[in-house]
Design a protein around this ligand. Sequence first.
Ligand code: SF4
Length: 257
Amino acid sequence: MATFLFDSIVFGPIKSRRLGISLGVNLLPCNVKLCSFDCVYCECGMSKKGETGKLPTREEVKDALQLQLSQMKSENKKLDVITFAGNGEPTLHHQFAEIIDDAIELRNEYFPNAKVSVLSNSTMVHKQSVFDALNKVDNNILKLDSAIDSTVKLIDDPHSTDYSVASIVEQLIRFKGNFILQTIFLRGYVKDRIVDNTTDEEVSAWIEAVKEMNPKEIMIYAIDRDTPIRTLEKISHEELEEIAERVRKEGYKVDVA
Ligand code: SF4
């Protein structure tokens, strides 16, 4: 159960199979998870009740990013992508939009060929400033782990009682295809209940949601590292490929990790 929290604003660079050489940006408190979900597979571990921390300011993020980018440039290092991820949901930061503008500006100055990516759980896209900022980045990677509400409840445990798949699908349609859909496939037991988003019913519902949202690309993956809950099973690459084939037949580009 070795989960992991970042202890800095900027981390890496690390080699990501999907994104390349990636410099991470953590907009959440150091060493504390802050998220609008509590996914059973979260590499940050489960949220701890009442735990809070100080968010970095816009200026702190800009300074930390600039320092790292200028150092990498002076050392002739390679960079493929600046990735907003870290200890939770980056779009929860109240200055997310301004921070994205700063990151794009710094990227243009130091590594104009690098991409800016955001990994988000889609829960804040109803906020216009978040929507607009996500629309500006190169890789707007948005999560939907199931098209069935009860399954999302088990896998992702959204904090908001207002969360519904229908409302998220409605919000993602607004991007008019300018996003990459990200879905994990898993099965196992959560709180003594079976969870399995690989069944025919689940995959069929998910494909229908994909067709409604129409992402430019889809990333599907399985559990890779340690998870806070041990009763989960890693789906085989062959099974992921079978799911990918079903959605490729609908004309979508799918990356299997
Ligand atoms: S959305 Fe990401 S950070 Fe939040 S609980 Fe899920 S996996 Fe963890």
